[in-house]
Write a protein that binds this ligand. Structure first.
Ligand code: BGC
Length: 764
């Protein structure tokens, strides 16, 4: 008997229907391929495909391989290397009856092995090509680790910085976040998730997760349809229109119904209105949580609600596998509901190229990288370039920055030499030890000139309960390690160090875990330990430069008054320290702009710039009664959306419009000349805002509708043209019709959202 024959016989004995399997002849026709395969599947096998297992806690590996072989698992997440994935894929391909490949998913959020800046940092670049590049690099690295699918990008609009996941998204503005969403999807998928070095993008968290009440994670979301359609939904749509193959469903409720049981959201809106053709995935354990939400009385009802709403894959939830077969048999769930979900899961696997080659991203054992963590697997130059663009110069009094490389610099602060914090959260396979701290970066950039002195000065916080909380989060080992000296001893050392220096650089902010999932805060001040340090440093009379590391807007009132310069660096990633040092010493001229307003206080939240117009708006300079204001604090953001300084100066000309009227289907161009009037080359972001002067519903005071980042040599000027068409003027009206209404539109162009040049035109 030939070897081949014996294999066929053995297979036939083990599984009598072994001849049934994905039909390679249909690989050029997705619909037919999937239909053919589904025609061969039992109910149990179908339900198995809907199950996404969390590697580790949910199931030990050997049991998992058996479950896969039994056709009871569709994919895993958190298996991030070939050695783990290969036996699982082999179990699917060699041992399961239908040989349906597994998919391997992971949270590739702002990089994989190389960490790029967190979402807020990426958005601060206002450079979608740079952002696309970060996702491309991440996809190359993640696919090389066998990953097929990422739960990213996070495009939740965040207007309440108490929410810890503000860090992960791209800020408060619909237009900017939508641009970033598109760039990320293009980067991950690179035209097709079937390419070996592409990964499928699953946009999240659908929907409205950023609007959790009070910024408290997992809290309810209750929102008018107008706000939903005009402000919060477009970024998800942008990602889907850019081709995102997946959608992760949010953990929150949407107007009374949890997203994971929300038929309107997942079917009427997502599938019917938007035409989404990909796969939906629940968030971690979300189906079980339907019981805690109080909309399902037991697991069976939870499974039924979720599948009927349109949750295709259940993540880290046993409910589908346990309940769905019985529910179908008893007629409570239709076969059609199961089939609809299975079709999408198989379709996604098809789109990822897994049926054509289940080992596409796993490869052969002999090609496995000998050292997964090898430095040669990182993309350091990309990380440094993008991180430099992500830094926002908030303040620079008397040209304190850039620093001289020959100076004696006192570097202080609990974040000055922290590798792990520089990574930010959701840092994939980023390795803390491979991350460049500010201390290392400044040393590198000073290159032996001048003197770099260092003192820690303070712990991130002295509040032991907070430290305990932060160390309780997922990490393998405690990452907030307290210096056990007394706070005063640390401050004394820092002050003594500062006294020997020409200038102080204080790296202050949050431990990375403070801006994470479930890390909501009630205050946004720097922790007291750091405030005390800064006050003592200020008393030395030396110039004080703050390097802020944080994952959300902080309230920086004292800091604005007292610091000579402030650089917002978010969490800047693997090359963060080098990138920040490049800016501090002037090797790179900062060009980042805020993607989110920085409030003066928590009481003032929400502080977003594009709020709806009011009948009694506060009028600057006229602090009259009966206007919309807080009487105990100056109005408006401390630093406005779009703000960010440079080491050079830019001026803008008046706005000139190609016409004062626009016909339906026509176009108006807004032109402005930007000049570099300073001494250095530099880039800035010219921002276009539009205000609909009178409409059938109350519209925002202004909305970002375009931007261009330009690089100019000293003395150079460029005329920029912003095309405005009818589509840019559209919004959802009271009947949720997407319309541009006739009337006057103000056009505002500026280098931030507040200081603008204006023009206007009429839509006929
Ligand atoms: C988060 C998701 C993430 C998932 C898997 C959840 O807790 O909300 O954003 O993709 O875990 O790690």
């Amino acid at each position: 008997m030939s070897m081949k024959m014996s294999f066929v016989l053995a297979a036939a004995v083990a599984c009598p229907l072994a001849f049934s399997q994905p039909n390679p002849a249909l690989l050029n026709n997705k619909k037919a391929f999937v239909a053919d395969l589904m025609g061969q599947m039992t109910l149990e096998e179908k339900v198995g495909q809907l199950r996404l297992i969390s590697i580790g806690p949910e199931m030990p590996a050997p049991q998992l391989a058996d479950e896969i072989a039994a056709g009871r698992v569709g994919g895993t997440f958190n298996s991030i290397n070939h050695k783990e994935q290969r036996p699982l894929q082999e179990a699917a391909i060699r041992r399961s009856r239908l040989k349906i490949p597994m998919l391997f998913a992971y949270d590739v959020v702002h990089g994989h092995r190389t960490s790029f800046p967190i979402g807020l940092g990426l958005a601060s670049t206002w450079n979608f090509e740079a952002v696309r590049r970060t996702a491309r690099v991440a996809a190359v690295e993640a696919s090389a680790d066998g990953i097929d699918l990422t739960f990213s990008p996070t495009v939740d609009i965040a207007r309440d910085p108490r929410w810890g996941r503000t860090s992960e998204g791209f800020g408060e503005d619909t237009f900017l976040v939508s641009q970033m969403a598109r760039a990320m999807v293009h980067g991950f998928q690179n035209g097709s998730p079937a390419k070996r070095d592409s990964i499928m993008s699953s946009v999240k968290h659908f929907a409205l997760y950023g609007a959790v009440e009070g910024g408290r994670d997992y809290n309810v979301v209750d929102m008018s349809p107008l706000r939903m359609y005009n402000d919060y939904l477009p970024p998800y749509r942008a990602a889907i229109d850019a081709g995102a193959g997946g959608v992760m469903i949010a953990l929150n409720t949407v107007n009374g119904v949890p997203a994971s049981a929300n038929k309107w959201l997942l079917q009427d809106l997502l599938r019917k209105d938007w035409g989404f053709k990909g796969v939906t995935v629940s968030d971690h354990g979300a189906i079980t949580e339907l019981m805690r939400h109080g909309v399902a009385r037991d697991e069976a009802e939870a499974a039924k609600l979720a599948i009927q709403a349109g949750v295709d894959m259940s993540m880290a939830d046993q409910v589908y596998i346990k309940e769905l077969p019985g529910l179908v048999k008893s007629g409570q769930v239709s076969q059609r509901d199961i089939d609809n979900a299975v079709r999408e899961v198989l379709g996604a696997k098809f789109d990822m190229g897994l049926f054509a080659d289940p080992f596409l991203r796993i490869g052969k054992a002999e090609d496995d990288p000998p050292d997964l963590k090898a430095d040669s697997r990182l993309h350091r130059p990309d990380a440094r370039e993008v991180a430099r663009e992500a830094l926002v110069l908030l303040e620079n009094k008397e040209k304190t920055l850039p620093l001289k490389k020959g100076a004696t610099v006192a570097l202080v602060g609990p974040l000055a030499d922290s590798q792990v914090d520089m990574l930010g959260v959701w840092s994939g396979q980023g390795v803390a030890k491979q991350t460049v701290t500010l201390r290392q970066g400044m040393g590198n950039v000073m290159g032996g000139q001048g003197k770099l002195l260092y003192a820690r000065g303070a712990n991130v916080t002295n509040d032991e309960a907070i430290v305990k909380y932060l160390n309780f989060l997922n990490w393998d080992e405690p990452e907030v390690v307290q210096d056990t000296r007394s706070p005063q001893a640390m401050i004394d050392e820092a002050v003594a160090t500062a006294n020997q220096a020409d200038v102080i650089v204080a790296a202050v902010g949050e431990a990375r875990g403070m801006s994470h999932e479930s890390s909501s805060r009630t205050t946004l001040d720097l922790p007291e330990s750091q405030q005390a340090l800064l006050k003592a440093l200020k008393a030395t009379g030396k110039p004080l430069v703050l390097v802020l590391m944080n994952g959300r807007p902080l309230t920086l009132n004292w800091e604005r008054e007292n610091a000579d310069a402030m650089l917002e660096t978010w969490f800047a990633g693997t090359e963060g320290g080098n990138a920040i040092a490049d800016v501090l010493f002037g090797d790179f001229n900062p060009s980042g702009k805020l993607p989110i307003s920085l409030p003066r206080s928590v009481g003032q939240i929400p502080t977003y710039y594009n709020h709806p117009r009011l009948g009694r708006p506060f009028t600057p300079g006229k602090p009259g009664n009966y206007t919309s204001q807080y009487f105990d604090q100056p109005q408006g953001a401390l630093y406005v959306f779009g703000h960010g300084l440079s080491y050079t100066d830019f001026t803008l000309s008046e706005v000139s419009l190609s016409s004062t009227s626009m016909k339906r289907g026509g176009k108006v161009e807004a032109n402005v000349t930007v000049s570099n009037t300073g001494q250095r080359a530099g880039a800035t972001v010219v921002q276009l805002y539009i205000q609909d002067v009178a409409a059938s519903i109350v519209r925002p005071v202004k909305e970002l509708k375009g931007f261009q980042k330009v690089m100019l040599q000293p003395g150079e000027q460029k005329t920029l043209s912003f095309p405005i068409d009818e589509k840019l003027l559209k919004f959802y009206d009271n009947q949720l019709r997407y319309v541009a209404e006739a009337g006057r539109f103000n056009v505002q162009i500026g280098l931030d959202s507040e200081n603008v040049r204006e023009g206007s035109f009429e839509l006929k």
